[in-house]
Ligand binder design. Sequence first.
Ligand SMILES: [Zn+2]
Length: 119
Amino acid sequence: MTVETTRSTPKARVRHWCEVCGWAIEPGETYARVVRFYDGTASTWKNHVSPCQTAINRAWAAEYHDGDDGVSDDDISEWASGNRDTDEVAAEIHRRLEINAENSRAHREALARIEGQRQ
Ligand SMILES: [Zn+2]
């Protein structure tokens, strides 16, 4: 069970990475930050205020979550994919996740090419 401890909206001093869309939170940008304790370990979740916090709120309201542990990145991805035709926030999150998937596919292919050239 996750115990949520602190929730804040600080201004980034360095670049962070958003847990929802995977894109950068740039220095100077206000972001949403949650510190959680799970099995004695603290972890920090950071996400963009817009559109990602809105996505979390809407996914939560639409009951895309497991019990009381909150909305996971998988829940968001599922929500965005299922609601992208009717919700512009879902469409934007889905777009970002598709770009990430494409980038990591391209990255894997580039690595495979380099591996191939070594042999
Ligand atoms: Zn984000």
